[in-house]
Design a protein around this ligand. Structure first.
Ligand code: H79
Length: 474
């Protein structure tokens, strides 16, 4: 190309560029006019639209929380895993099904349900001290027994038990006082209501049988009960449905129920078991079109993070949700802390279960573990709340979480040589320190593809010590 040719091309380029700029300005102005015209005209509509929360706004508190308490409590705590002198295999809250107990027999546990040790403020305190931000309690499990004073049922804490105290009312007050979000687990399946039971005794969980009156149960019983729960005990954080796999439940019914509950409280969150989208115990929804705001892996943690997908792993501390007097297969505090971190490092929430006794107490083994988690959280919660998955991936020594320009390296295995290596991930480190000792700076060296952080000889926490890397904003 000659010198003149070169200049000509520059001139042509300049003309094209200014045309593009002009076009951009014109289209931008048009857009602005459109926007202001739209917001000028239907004022009332704009105001009501402003109140409508986006999914991100609704999910905000839940994504920040990362850690909640699941509570399974009901009549099954009375037999506590034993029926007619026999230890019944399986999860405690399923004893009615697993021991083939007839409805009229099972109902008799209500007369024995008198948990005089129940103290709502104490339960909420235990959750809060563990670092949990929300509580999901079984308003009604599959057995159909209701923990609150329901106007449409006699099978509840006020009408059927000697206890005569509205458990959910007391918990709602305690949660409000202590700033913990109250949420309800609610079973769609109901082994007690005559319109909901499929003719399936002795197998209450027969997914092939059907009740011709099921829709009557939904309209006259389930929906009014949900209205009671949301209106009289709310505002709630989450409605956590379960037992959706029965034949009588369908995705359109799930979509309808989702709308119904959001209509009662627009800001409420609803799990994906409201519909039929859940993929087994893995728990994530098959498609974005399926009803529900988040996926529900049960007793497992997804192998990797799932960008753009909200999920919550629910898990037991031993092998049952509802109390079983002889289940001593407890996970260690170490396992539980590392699972919380694993979940957070993949962008999920951890809903950890307790199964209170028929006396109304959270089992000592659970309280002990929650205290241990709370001690760790007192130092390290910053590396959990509001964090997301980190580009540092899953190194062999532990896990990583991230928040803004802070990256938290969770060191499960403290290096014997005092050198922690992490993949570089394109990072420039401004400073590095331990959450357990925020003042002392750690030396960091950068090699071609990795960072090496010099650590003190002794781990500040034997289970998980957290190194903070503050990265430069590039
Ligand atoms: O409340 C606790 C348990 O009682 C309840 N969920 C937790 C939170 C629970 N109910 N059943 N199970 C757990 C296991 C049931 C599994 C199955 Fe299925 C139901 C197997 C077949 C139908 C879920 C749906 C897995 C596959 C389809």
């Amino acid at each position: 190309m000659t010198k003149t040719g070169y200049k000509q091309w520059i001139a042509v380029g300049a003309v094209v560029l200014s045309l593009l700029v002009a076009l951009y300005i014109v289209s931008g102005c048009q857009q602005e006019t459109k926007v202001s015209a739209a917001s000028d005209k239907p004022v009332a509509k704009a105001a009501s639209a402003a109140k409508e929360l986006t999914k991100d706004e609704r999910m905000g508190w839940w994504r920040d929380a990362r850690f909640g308490m699941f509570i399974h409590w009901g009549l099954y705590a009375v037999p506590a895993g034993t029926y007619k002198g026999e230890r019944i295999k399986g999860i405690g809250e399923w004893i009615m099904n697993n021991a083939k107990i007839p409805v009229a027999e099972y109902e008799k546990f209500a007369a024995q349900f008198n948990p005089i040790g129940f103290n709502a403020n104490e339960w909420v305190r235990i959750a809060k001290n563990a670092g949990m931000k929300y509580i999901v309690i079984t308003s009604k499990h599959h057995d159909g027994f209701c923990l609150w004073d329901s106007k449409v049922s006699n099978y509840d804490i006020m009408d059927a038990t000697p206890f005569q105290r509205d458990i959910l009312k007391e918990l709602a007050a305690a949660c409000k006082k202590q700033g913990v979000k109250l949420c309800f687990y609610h079973s769609i399946m109901d082994w007690h209501h005559p319109d909901a039971q499929a003719p399936f005794y002795p197998n209450y969980n027969d997914t092939n049988k059907s009740n011709p009156n099921f829709d009557r149960y939904v309209e006259n019983y389930m929906k009014p009960q949900l209205a009671e729960l949301v209106k009289n005990y709310g505002p709630l954080g989450v409605l956590w449905f379960d037992g959706e796999w029965i034949k009588d439940w369908t995705e359109p019914k799930g979509q309808d129920l989702y709308k119904y509950v959001r209509g009662l409280q627009p800001s409420i969150l609803i799990n994906n078991r409201v519909g039929k989208g859940r993929q087994g115990m893995e728990g994530l929804s098959k498609s974005e079109k399926d009803a529900g705001d988040f996926g529900t892996p049960e007793q497992q943690v997804p192998a990797t993070g799932l960008p753009g997908v909200d999920w919550e792993t629910c898990m037991t501390m031993n092998d049952t949700w509802g109390f079983k007097s002889y289940d001593d297969n407890w996970k260690s505090t170490e396992q539980l802390i590392q699972t919380l971190v694993d979940v957070a490092s993949k962008g999920g929430n951890f809903l950890l279960n307790v199964g209170p006794t028929p006396e109304g107490l959270i089992p000592g083994a659970s309280v002990e573990r929650l205290q241990g988690m709370g001690q760790w959280m007192a130092v390290n919660s910053e590396s959990i709340y509001g964090t997301t998955a980190s580009p540092f991936g899953r190194p062999e020594w532990g896990r990583c979480t991230a928040k803004g320009n802070k990256h938290y390296l969770h060191v499960f295995q403290w290096p014997a040589n005092g050198k922690l290596t992490a993949p570089l991930a394109g990072a420039t480190v401004e400073r590095a320190y331990l959450l357990a000792d925020k003042k002392a700076r750690l030396a960091v060296t950068t090699n071609a593809d990795k960072l090496t952080i010099s650590l003190p000889e002794k781990a500040p926490d034997a289970i998980d010590s957290v190194v903070v890397l503050v990265l430069k904003n590039n």
